[in-house]
Ligand binder design. Structure first.
Ligand code: GUN
Length: 295
């Protein structure tokens, strides 16, 4: 059984990006600049955004964190997005999700300039992804593809079962795994809360990508021998005995499923760190595209 080590792989990618940034500096070019907008005080979101900003510093990018209160109106947020769209210093930015109830998420995502949409959530970029055009692939799916690529996981002709149809992970993953090319060329089944007899489907899968947020959902009885398992679930389980007051766990019963798997991602240390590395990669791509457009 091979552990798909997202922590190590993301460090490799960050080192590669650091070298490219050094070369940009040597040529006297502006370095990539990522901004992150966070509305409210959700603990998990603050942790993620903090990690994204720290990752920027580590590779030599500029970064800006825009914090807005929980009471922010939709109009105020749209105004902030327009400022970021119009600011030539900013190469790419993200609006951390989820947003407070009073704000229409779709309206916000539509307001982001597709050329700065390093999350790849704008309908233009999502459509371009589905049509195999150049785009920003959402960071988590992009990270999963990169992890499979670097570990030479064979996807061609395999049956990939995706569990969960979120706009951020399940839905894009189901499209990407079925695309022509590598990683891709899979036969894909997208399962969700209305799927009947899911065990019958998962037990036929060569590759399972689970993004549900239900701890321990995928059990050893649900998978066949030599399955490849990608666990995208990140759930904080309250635990008074830990200093932080919680521990992180995935969707997979790792102890038992790992005994049958050929490859498996751990939680933490699997897909999570890859998401951040690929957000940096998209920001670098945005900088390179802006540079090429202004030549
Ligand atoms: N919330 C959970 N995952 C993500 C992500 O990849 N990007 C943003 N903007 N918000 C998220």
């Amino acid at each position: 059984m091979i552990i798909l080590d997202g922590k190590k792989t993301s460090n490799d990618i960050k080192n590669e990006i650091t070298e490219v940034v050094q070369e940009m500096k040597t040529r006297g070019e502006k370095v990539p600049h990522l901004a992150a907008v966070i509305v409210g005080n959700d603990g998990a979101s603050l942790t993620y955004v903090g990690s994204k900003v720290r990752a920027c510093e580590r590779v030599g990018f500029e970064s800006t964190m825009v914090r807005m209160p929980n009471t922010t109106s939709e109009t105020e947020l749209l105004r902030e997005i327009k400022k970021l769209n119009d600011n030539p210093e900013i190469d790419g930015f993200i609006v951390q999700l989820p947003l407070p109830k009073q704000i229409d998420t779709q309206k916000v995502l539509m307001a982001v300039d597709p050329d700065k949409d390093v999350d790849g959530f704008h309908p233009t970029n999502f459509g371009r992804m589905a049509l195999d055009m150049s785009t920003f692939i959402p960071a988590t799916p992009f990270g999963i593809l990169e992890l499979m690529d670097r570990y030479n996981v064979d996807t061609q002709g395999k049956h990939t079962v995706v569990i969960g149809r979120s706009h951020i992970v399940g839905r894009p993953m189901s499209i990407l795994m079925g695309r022509k090319g590598f990683p891709g060329n899979s036969t894909v089944t997208l399962t969700h809360s209305h799927t009947k007899n899911i065990t019958q489907i998962t037990s036929q899968a060569d590759i399972i990508i689970t993004a549900l947020g239900v701890p321990g959902f995928l059990k050893a009885e649900m998978v066949k021998d030599d399955v490849v398992v990608i666990d995208v679930g990140i759930t904080r389980v309250p635990d008074e005995s830990r200093e932080r007051g919680y521990y992180i766990t995935g969707d997979v019963d790792f102890e038992n499923v790992s005994k049958k798997a050929s490859h498996i991602t751990p939680v933490p240390g699997g897909v999570g760190p890859m998401t951040i590395a690929m957000l940096l990669k998209n920001t670098l791509l945005a900088r390179e595209r802006h540079l090429a457009a202004n030549r």
